[in-house]
Design a protein around this ligand. Structure first.
Ligand code: GLA
Length: 396
């Protein structure tokens, strides 16, 4: 009886903190400190973060909730509500768990231990409503929640930017995905109804108001599970670095694709490798596109902004080659719909969601129409999320 009630609550976002409190009491007889850390969307600027360009993400109303309390001994005890699974280890013996979800937490602990000796173990219970593998950065949210939680209970006094860097390093070094900084940054620094224009080189950022009174942000989930850990993401990164190297031989001042021009790519990269050229060409174009799209936002020209989203999709599909049939189908289906201002695949690629800017009054009918067609063409039921832009990581 009690289990059924708990399970029901798990699927109601407003009750996650309560579910965690109850589970924490059951497992450890303790009162947990609860942290909320959201997933993210990205309006434009894809794969530009690790090329030292700009991104335009925001935190959303889907989040990881994580409860924490210190222990007297040096044990670490973790429990995932959604996987109904636990994991135990010791502060002095942190290794990869072999089942992924604990690694996002353990990787952060290991990063913190580089500069701080933690003198107590701790208990963690977490869960949340960010669909995993949908490209909404549930893993970054878990890393940020952990970093924020440890900073709080151990009084480490680390700035939020330091926590973001720790969380990214955990993913790079412990989980093994050479991701950029966007996901962790957006999860930590999100602000209600604001996009964040982040310069991934200087880490300077500015909040950009996003006027969506008559537009909704709708995500269509292909349900194709992407695996960033699969080599394709790291391979794209290597191809970009290979392009930079070719240019650097003549222009040592070019440190990343942020500094490269279309002319440089044509002169030094295209003759050596068409594939590397295509990858780099997309990135150089995308960095420019993002800057122009920020001007569109300033001018409140959402039609122009949306057009650039479609252009981004075309580049991710044809030049960067990180899309897939299902993502392309979802973008094609809305391309000529006057109620859809812009659409494109979002995040690392190879599955996950498309992001669509849709006229508010048309949202319900569109979800039904696209869902039906998607089911008929792929045999898979599409999921749709109408998301709101929310605050970043904090204590509940
Ligand atoms: C993933 C990575 C990010 C970023 C995007 C693509 O979400 O974690 O760092 O590179 O892909 O823009």
């Amino acid at each position: 009886m009690e289990k059924n009630n708990t399970e029901k609550m798990i699927h109601d976002i407003s009750n996650y903190p309560k579910t965690i409190r109850i589970k924490f009491q059951q497992l450890f007889g303790q009162e947990a400190l609860i942290i909320r850390s959201p997933g993210r969307i990205n309006l434009i600027g894809e794969h530009t973060d690790y090329n030292m360009g700009f991104v335009l993400p925001a935190a959303i109303n889907k989040a990881i909730y994580l409860g924490i309390h210190l222990r007297k001994d040096r044990k670490i005890s973790l429990y995932s509500i959604d996987y109904q699974d636990d994991y135990q280890t010791d502060l002095d013996a942190i290794n990869r768990s072999g089942k992924l979800w604990p690694d996002y937490i353990l990787g952060v602990v290991k990063q913190i231990q580089k500069n701080h000796s933690l003198d107590h173990g701790f208990n963690i219970v977490f869960g949340g409503d960010i669909p995993p593998g949908a490209g909404l950065s549930s893993s970054a949210a878990l890393e940020c929640a952990t970093a924020y939680a440890l900073n709080s209970v151990f009084n480490l006094n680390l700035e939020n930017m330091a926590l973001v860097c720790l969380a990214q390093a955990a993913e790079n070094e412990f989980v093994g995905v050479k991701c950029g900084i966007m996901d962790q940054f957006a999860s930590m620094f999100g602000k209600k109804n604001q996009l964040i224009r982040l310069d991934c080189r200087s880490l300077e950022y500015a909040y950009v108001p996003f006027h969506t009174e008559n537009l909704k942000i709708v995500l269509f989930d292909t349900r194709v599970k992407h695996s960033l850990a699969s080599s394709a993401y790291n391979e794209r990164r290597e191809q970009c670095e290979a392009g930079v190297k070719l240019i650097q031989a003549v222009h040592p001042e070019v440190l990343s694709l942020r500094d490269a021009s279309e002319e440089m790519l044509l002169e030094f990269v295209k003759p050596v490798s068409e594939i590397v050229y295509n990858r780099c060409n997309f990135i150089v174009g995308e960095i420019k596109r993002l800057l122009n799209s920020c001007t569109d936002l300033e001018n409140k020209n959402m039609q122009a902004f949306g057009k650039r989203m479609f252009e981004t999709h075309a580049g991710l599909k044809d030049l960067y080659e990180v899309s897939c049939q299902e993502l392309d189908l979802l973008v094609d289906l809305v391309k000529n719909d006057p109620n859809v201002i812009g659409a494109r695949m979002m995040g690392g690629g190879f599955g996950g969601c498309t992001i669509n800017l849709v006229k508010t009054e048309a949202v319900d009918a569109l979800i039904k129409k696209i869902g039906d067609t998607y089911l008929a063409k792929t045999g898979t039921e599409m999921l749709a999320y109408v998301v709101e832009i929310e605050d970043g990581t904090g204590i509940v």
